[in-house]
Design a protein around this ligand. Structure first.
Ligand code: ADP
Length: 567
């Protein structure tokens, strides 16, 4: 939907609200009804309402109605207070901040368990013990045991060590195997990674049995843990773990763990009957680990409501849209949050000058000037600084950015890029840095400290993704009072309310079609507000900082899912 249409829609909505305001009795009646809905809202209702209807084409054309969202938020707020029975949950995934991180999955594996322990859950996080985990964590791990586990179809024995680390109420169990987890990077190439994560998916279950920790729910994340639900219902069907339920969360459908059928059959050691077209087989000759996990999991979730709908369409479905439509009855969308202690401009030690909503406008400028000095940009607090913090892949809409850098950098605007990835994008951003010295800075690196400084110093952050399951950078940006400029897809659509000049509301600037002209238009709208209506821009900075981007509500929704999955 175009921005103008939206503002029109909002205008009409605000008129309706005004009319209602004058009719106090109608308002009271409406309030009562909402209250009833909230009171009646049990776990199932709340989560069920979050699901996008199966008719994806329609869902894409028309965004979900605003009204139910309000009800859901209110209902969930109530549920946050009502903790319900205790649940034990094992998180199984391939990375977790601060031990090892390549993307948003690591942030979720860290922050969601931490919030869940505050909400009446026992959580164990199981990840591989990679050699690259910093020594300061390795040295604090406690040895919990070791044994051998058979894996391949020929029963080859593999060592499994369990090292434990407890922190902030969450127990982390690291699966140790030097042969498999020695690389400096968690992911190398599929020939090595597929057997590595077959091993990990099975070892995680065997470790739970070894530790005699039988969780109510086994929560598996992405393809690296996707065989776990299948192992559970096949090779572990006659163990104590059989009572546990499983959730498979898709953080990014693009990555599925696909390899030759014969190889995965051999490496996984799974029985022949799961190698059929409804579970693991894809295109006759290949096996798809994520596809199998989705089929066997008791529940599927993904990281935003809009993405839950999008992935059922051919464009976003990455070849699994039909499979997901078939399993849509157990598919839910729950948006991610961020850890508001790590990402807190008031206490963040990595930024130049701390700030809160009281002094954000002045202190963000001070941060901007320091960043300009650090990066060799022209020092001028009045320039509009746009940040881009991203993996440099085609998912992130970088073709659009590349197409418009010359128009964007107009003497009043600076661009700061932080990212690594495809050499083509790295080179093009290096080129722009050279072509627009002092106005564009491309930091082709992974640097968390610098990321914090850019979030704090920039005026806006670009996230023009081709697709974005949830996206964390726009949430972090808002926490730091940096207006996100995003494409309306996936979680970006669910978390960034477009600026509305008539109501002076919204959190950022959005565009819908995947088109460089539309991105430039959104950037120009941001610049117009910044240069011509600074009070409105500053008010948005404060609104962004006040927006609740924490895990509280989302964790409550996960807890409701766990409660639904009664053992
Ligand atoms: P994805 O998981 O697709 O990479 P997300 O937006 O979900 O994207 O999460 C990206 C996370 O990685 C954010 O915490 C972001 O700050 C961080 N990040 C991305 N690139 C870099 C980089 N070059 N240096 C530091 N942090 C980065």
């Amino acid at each position: 939907m175009s921005e103008s249409k939206k503002t029109e829609e909002k205008k009409t909505k605000s008129k309706t609200v005004k009319t209602k305001k004058s009719d106090s009795s109608a308002k009271a009646a409406e309030k009562k009804t909402i209250k009833k809905v909230v009171k009646k809202a049990k776990a199932e209702d709340v989560i069920a309402e979050v699901v996008v209807p199966a008719d994806v084409a329609a869902a894409q054309a028309k965004p979900l109605k605003k009204e139910p969202e309000v009800k859901i938020e209110e209902a969930v707020k109530e549920i946050v207070e009502d903790l319900g029975p205790r649940r034990s949950v094992a998180f199984i995934g391939s990375e977790c901040y601060p031990f090892v991180k390549t993307g948003g999955l690591a942030d979720v594996m860290y922050a969601l368990p931490k919030e869940l322990v505050k909400q009446n859950c026992d959580v164990k996080v199981i990840i591989p013990r990679y050699k690259c985990i910093p020594w300061k964590f390795q040295e604090k791990m406690v040895y919990r045991g070791e044994y051998y586990m058979d894996l391949f179809a020929d029963g080859k024995q593999f060592y499994v060590g369990i090292m434990e680390y407890e922190w902030d109420g969450v127990v982390y169990d690291f699966i140790d195997n030097e042969e498999l987890f020695t690389s400096g990077n968690p992911y190398t190439n599929m020939v090595d990674d597929i057997p590595k994560f077959c091993y990990f998916s099975k070892a995680a279950l065997s470790a739970l049995l070894y530790l005699d920790w039988i969780p109510d729910v086994i929560h598996c994340h992405d393809w690296q843990a996707a065989l776990t639900p299948i192992y559970l219902r096949t090779l572990f069907a006659n163990t104590k773990l059989a009572s546990s339920k499983t959730i498979m969360t898709v953080h990014n459908l693009r990555f599925q763990g696909i390899y030759s059928l014969d190889a995965i059959k051999y490496w996984s050691g799974l029985p022949d009957y799961v190698f059929n077209k409804d579970v693991l087989v894809q295109n006759y000759n290949d096996a798809n680990m994520l596809k199998g996990g989705l089929a066997y999991a008791d529940m599927i979730s993904t990281v935003s409501n809009t993405y839950a709908g999008e992935i059922q369409s051919e464009f976003y479905g990455e070849g699994l849209d039909a499979h997901l439509r078939y399993h849509s009855g157990k598919l839910r969308g729950i948006v991610n949050g961020i850890d508001c202690e790590i990402w807190n401009p008031e206490t963040d030690e990595r930024i130049f000058k701390n700030y809160n909503t009281e002094d954000a406008i002045a202190n963000k400028k001070a941060n901007k000037v320091e960043l300009q000095k650090e990066l060799g940009l022209t020092v001028d607090e009045n320039k509009f600084v746009i940040g881009l913090i991203s993996r440099l892949t085609n998912q992130k809409g970088l073709d659009l950015v590349n197409a418009i850098v010359p128009q964007m950098v107009d003497g009043f605007t600076q661009l700061v890029v932080l990212g690594t990835g495809d050499p083509g994008y790295e080179d093009s951003f290096r080129y722009y840095e050279n072509a627009y010295k002092g106005e564009v800075c491309s930091c082709i690196q992974y640097d968390e400290d610098r990321a914090h400084r850019i979030y704090a110093s920039a005026d806006a952050l670009l996230v023009p993704s081709l697709f974005e399951p949830c996206g964390l950078t726009q949430l972090i940006a808002m926490r730091y009072g940096t207006a996100p400029i995003v494409r309306e897809t996936g979680g970006l659509k669910d978390t960034v309310e477009p600026y509305n000049m008539y109501e002076d509301s919204g959190n950022g600037f959005t565009f819908d079609g995947y088109d460089a002209g539309l991105l430039l238009d959104a950037i120009n709208r941001a610049k117009t507000l910044y240069f011509e209506h600074r009070e409105s821009y500053d008010a948005m900075v404060i609104r962004d900082m006040e927006k609740d981007v924490s895990w509280k509500l989302s964790a409550a929704q996960y807890r409701q899912l766990y409660l639904q999955l009664k053992p």
